[in-house]
Write a protein that binds this ligand. Sequence first.
Ligand SMILES: Cc1cc2nc3c(=O)[nH]c(=O)nc-3n(C[C@H](O)[C@H](O)[C@H](O)COP(=O)(O)OP(=O)(O)OC[C@H]3O[C@@H](n4cnc5c(N)ncnc54)[C@H](O)[C@@H]3O)c2cc1C
Length: 371
Amino acid sequence: MRVFDAIVIGGGLVGAAIGYGLVCAGLKTAILDEGDVAYRASRGNFGLVWVQSKGLGAPHYQRWTRASAAAWPLFADQLGERTGIAIGHEQKGGVQLCLGADELARRCATMEQMQREAGNFGFDYRMIEHDELAAMLPGLGLAVTGASWTPYDGHANSLALFHALHRGFADKGGSYLANCSVRAAVAAPGDFRIEAGGETIAAPKIVLAAGLGNAELAPLFGLHAPVRPQRGQILVTERTNRAWPIPLGSIRQTPEGSILLGSSEEEVGFDTGQKPEIMQNIARRAVLSFPWLAELQIVRAWAALRVMPPDGLPIYDESERFPGAFTANCHSGVTLAAAHASLFALMVAKGALDPMLAPFSARRFDVPAAV
Ligand SMILES: Cc1cc2nc3c(=O)[nH]c(=O)nc-3n(C[C@H](O)[C@H](O)[C@H](O)COP(=O)(O)OP(=O)(O)OC[C@H]3O[C@@H](n4cnc5c(N)ncnc54)[C@H](O)[C@@H]3O)c2cc1C
């Protein structure tokens, strides 16, 4: 039997960030990962470190996202230095473009509500009108009525981030066990055992970070993770000159010059297919925003499945029945990578989730029995 301080199930962005944080905190850690057959949101995302749309009606989510955004610069520097992998992280703010008067009015109301709900914590934003925006963003289309801006937003090369987290984990002595699909476990408080590749892997702590796989795994550990797939499609243009200094919500340019256009939100179960009408709509909005984009060739396009909790907010929990078992689920694994590596992993290492994460418990989905 191989004994570790902690086991992480799932080696996507969430599991890799937590595993990396655990080895950095000195825990002997194993990541058990299903392999290339898996649905992996971490391979198909948009790469935004995005704050401004997170937490409407749920200010605790805004605070958690802001904590991650604040931790990102140091996290990216350290990860880059340790692994030699350039993560392409930039965080100089971002704008969300609005097409038409209705979208702009809705965005104004959303941002006002976010600021109201933030209370003393504060929420720094500005609505920018078309003319000012056109001076900031060359080639802006007339259909763009305005935008919201916050200083917190940014972006990164999420595949490089994914690679760096795995390399950082391995360099710090972490054990990555590939092709290891967990379907069963022996669970007791502070004692978890899993059969993997002909041997038993044991640890007093376990973190379920298996993305969409968490829905089936959670009950084995007295946990609840009712996540569902939500499809998103993304288009990528050929490389072109640097057009904008910051990401624009559903449009962002990589430091290498490609422009990513995205991304849809489709309820289609586990279907990872691409749909021309959705791709057309993504391209249409992009060209309305910047007519010159129509001149660029689309060189790649894909679909991937988000890991979506019922209310869109992350689910973090520790098992009451089996203390030592934790779960982490979210649809913003790039944005929250810094919080997972530096805050969540430390909580697991210490053996208890911070009360700031209590509102993220899946207990919020328990419907009280009707009297
Ligand atoms: C189109 C799209 C755009 C997105 N854009 C952004 C963005 O701009 N910014 C942002 O912050 N987030 C974005 N996201 C979300 C982000 O990609 C996800 O939040 C993140 O990748 C989730 O990571 P994960 O590790 O939870 O899941 P996954 O990447 O799905 O990984 C789950 C892992 O668990 C493993 N696994 C599953 N079941 C088992 C099992 N039984 N045993 C062992 N291993 C198992 C799998 O092998 C896999 O490696 C986007 C997602 C999509 C789809």
